[in-house]
Design a protein around this ligand. Sequence first.
Ligand code: FRU
Length: 484
Amino acid sequence: MKESIRKANQYIDENRVKVNQQYRGAFHLLPPIGWMNDPNGFVYFRGEYHLFYQFYPYDSVWGPMHWGHAKSKDLLHWEELPVALAPSESYDKDGCFSGSAIVKDDKLYLLYTGHVDDEEKREETQCLAVSTDGITFEKLPTNPVIYAHHIEGIADIADFRDPKVFEYQGNYYAVVASKTPDDRGQILLFASSNLVDWTFTSVLLEGEEGQGIMWECPDFFPLDGKWVLILSPIEMERQQEKYWNLNSTVAFIGDMNWETGRFHVDSYDELDGGLDFYAPQTCQGPNGERYMVAWMQMWHRSIPSHDLAHGWAGSMTLPRKLSLKDGRLVQELPESVNEYFLVEHVSETIVQGNQITIPARGKQTLFELDAKPGCSFILSYSDKTDPDSVLKLIYDASQKRFSLSRDQFGHLITGKENPTFQSRWIQLDAEKDHHFSIIRDTNSIEVFVDGKTLSMTFYETTENPVYTLTADEGVDWVVKTYQK
Ligand code: FRU
């Protein structure tokens, strides 16, 4: 085993007890200690989901990237596994950056970015590692497998990263993020018959001005008769209520022309309307279903679990099941969530034009709310003794808006956005029924409504928390809370 991996595993084992548990979620993947960013290598292998992630074990800030690793049968309960990759070679000495996984001949392959950044050069190349047991990985002696020679005159080797590998019609392909000389995002397509020898195929898609100065973390897959390209633009420009976070996530939907290697876009939209969602990656389950998971955080925001010296920072979102309906990407809770929460079903209440309060018994709660056309609600979470500090979820049918806000609530989170904000909203059609699934884990809320989602983290200082639901006069509601 490489020394850098042995050292990281030993450090984790010796120091994990020091991690403060106060804000750690129960059913979201977290780093055992230290820093986590992007999901990597999301893959179904020998009957289990494996999820790797950008990981720096030694501090709760970003540092030379390792790949943390966990596996799960139901996408909610995660079993920690040893560190999978750590910087060890000249081509990845400053970090094993984001990438993906694929199963070939019952072996698990990781295609990742080797990052080099020193006084002499900044260079990003794509490298392969292989495992027969799904736990320990060997980097190929012939690494890197995609490098400067493949992109001469096409893209800059300094920003060339995050390969997502997939198989299509008997061939292997990888999409890789880069940018144009005038700072627009660009996704490159490469092909291989064996995962080792790669050729440049085409520029799959180029961004327009305003769509970000660099694209990161692409993923490209067929879904319900179309092709979907998801990616994460750095500094995409705001459009009405969309793309407010410093860096955004976008799904482009369209058709792939395999002869030209170009992707023709029908439409695109922001993937999540909340405050904390970045670098999503998808994986196909055993029956062809597609799940997506993202880093539930935003670059350059302060993270209270770091500021408070709790010894960890960052988490994943819940994996979401994807489909296309009426040309739109739809995200739903994975089925295992219902099983998880139904075990301890606590209350079911009909509210008729009034307000109910539900003492928060635990930090894991699922609300299911049905809103009839034109009717509004406010769901808040606050301390009985501190009415000014409130986490708010508001559906205002007259404004056709659903918003979530952590303004004035808990430990302050600051970011680099200008102007700054602590709440965001999405548009909803007021003429329609809406079903809201609102899922709360210790330090996060994820809202699912009409296939759209909003994700947000928070770090409460609340001691006697209550949920309060205020509903429109004369409207029936079914509120179910499942509190763990
Ligand atoms: C996205 C990203 C990737 C890169 C990784 C480094 O959040 O910047 O482009 O591979 O993080 O940790």
